[in-house]
Design a protein around this ligand. Structure first.
Ligand code: DX5
Ligand code: ZN
Length: 235
């Protein structure tokens, strides 16, 4: 069914936080090499941004990219920034995504789609924009494997971390601790040496990072920097 099924890590509570390399920040002409470099630098996931030019202004990556990056051997979190994600989840599951994450704001029946994502064989992720309150997802938390809190408005890499989202990350961590402690809490946007400690202290367990990993040309050093800056923020 899903080729990456066996390569998915168990939910890991020992080594938090985990790092997801957001491939949007890599050289798109050398995506495979960038993914291998990220793997060799020890990242835990590849984060693959999918944009439709409607839900967000930009356009990015389709299932073919996911399929091509499968044999890098790092589980992929697909982040769908598309309207009507129900039309697209299955093709990303078929392409090998370990997690398929869609936006609450983009669909009318999020609970149904979370169930459907799991039924298709992937883990189910739910994302919310900076302007969406976390209380809007309370009733959905038991059905998610990953909650993604956007720390920028989605659509582009290299934006500034929105600090006013921090209390929402804290609130999300509290809600998940009760409703679904196994689920990951991912943050995405503006994660860098300057912001990572606050994101982790607020309770995030997966850090998506694009430009901070890939812009320096030394992914391994950038991963080490992120890890060292948040050491001690969480057990
Ligand atoms: C933005 C994307 C992010 C983006 C993050 O809409 O969802 O995953 O790649 O890029 P940085 O880390 O540069 O903010
Ligand atoms: Zn993303």
């Amino acid at each position: 069914m899903v080729s990456s099924m066996n390569s998915r890590p168990a939910h890991d509570t020992e080594r938090r936080p985990l790092i997801a390399a957001s491939m949007l920040g890599a050289d798109h002409g050398r995506l495979y090499e960038a993914a291998v470099a990220a793997r060799d630098a020890g990242v835990d996931f590849l984060h693959i941004d999918v944009m439709d030019g409607r839900f967000v202004p930009n356009i990015a990556f389709g299932p073919g990219v996911v399929r091509s990056l499968n044999d890098v051997g790092v589980p992929m979190i697909v982040h769908l920034m598309v309207d009507e994600p129900e039309r697209h989840v299955s093709s990303f599951v078929d392409a090998g995504a370990a997690y398929v994450t869609f936006h609450l704001e983009a669909t009318r029946h999020p609970h149904r789609l979370l169930q459907e994502t799991r039924r298709l064989g992937a883990r189910a992720g739910l994302a919310i924009n900076p302007g969406t309150p976390v209380d809007a997802v309370t009733e959905l938390l038991s059905a998610v494997d990953l909650l993604l809190i956007m720390t920028v408005n989605p659509g582009f890499g290299g934006q500034k971390f929105i600090r006013s989202v921090l209390p929402k990350i804290r609130r999300a961590a509290e809600l998940l601790a009760t409703a679904n402690p196994q689920a990951f809490l991912e943050v995405d946007g503006g994660i860098s040496a300057e912001t990572v400690a606050d994101a982790v202290a607020a309770g995030s367990t997966v850090l998506a990072a694009g430009s901070s990993l890939f812009s320096s040309g030394d992914v391994a050093a950038a991963v080490d920097t992120l890890r060292s800056r948040c050491a001690g923020e969480r057990g």
